[in-house]
Each structure stands twice: as structure tokens, then as C-alpha cells.
Ligand binder design. Sequence first.
Ligand SMILES: [Zn+2]
Ligand SMILES: [Zn+2]
Length: 152
Amino acid sequence: MRKRRSKVKRARNDTTYKARGLEKKKRERKTKAPKTRNMQTMSESEFWSFIRSALRNRTRFWKPRLEALKRARRVYNGPNKRQKWEFKCAICGNHFKQTQVEVNHIIPAGSLKSKEDLPSFVENLFCEVDNLEVVCKTCHKEHHKKQENVLQ
Ligand SMILES: [Zn+2]
Ligand SMILES: [Zn+2]
């Protein structure tokens, strides 16, 4: 009985020890990235994610993107009186309303984690219409999940 109890105790201590170790690691990771950008308010990775989203915002009215949407659409004849168009997903082939589709880059824009990534990121992001396809949100998510697995 006594033996058993001590085993349980040790096991519990082991987990607390491990948990503490993880917490310490987390804290170290957090404090390690120095705030080097934007008046010492942004780490390097926060800065690049800021630039990434700024550039992505500018693709909203990029003509090839609008053209890709135009090419994938057809007149909607369903029951919703307010819906004028529906858009064909290039992967599953079904039709969706505009809020349910996204434009995918066939050659992906890639990562933007440093200034070395910038030329290829800009070049791929602001591409012509032949590199773009309209996909539904579900297929889009699946598509990038698969791509990640390929990269790993
Ligand atoms: Zn789809
Ligand atoms: Zn995509």
C-alpha cells in the first residue's frame, strides 16, 4: 500500500516537473524574440506578418483576381432573390455564392519571413489570371493542408 502510494506521488511529481519545464521553455521563447521593429513594438516575425497582410490586402482589387472570379461565375437561378451570381469551385465543381469562394494561387505566393522572400512573394502574389483559380472555402482549406504535408 505504502509502495503504491509513493509510486503515484512520483508520477505526479514527474508531470509537474515536465509541465514546469514546458512553461519555462514557452516563457523563454516569448522573451527571446526582441522587439526590433516599429519603435520596438514588433518582433521580426510580427513585422513580416504585418507586411504580408498589407500586401495581401492590396490583391483585393487586383484585376486578374477579379477576372478569375468573373470567369468562374454564372447567373444564379435559385430561390434567393438577392443573389445574382454563383461561382464554380475549380476543385469540387460545385457552385457557391461569392462569400463562400476564395481565389487560390496555383503557384503559391510562398512564405514571407525575411526580406530575401520579398521578390518571389510579390511576384507570385501579384500574378496574372492563368495562375489563379476560384475554389470553395472547404476545398481551399483541404488544398493547403495537403500542400503543407507535401512540404513536410
Ligand atoms: Zn470546392
Ligand atoms: Zn490558396
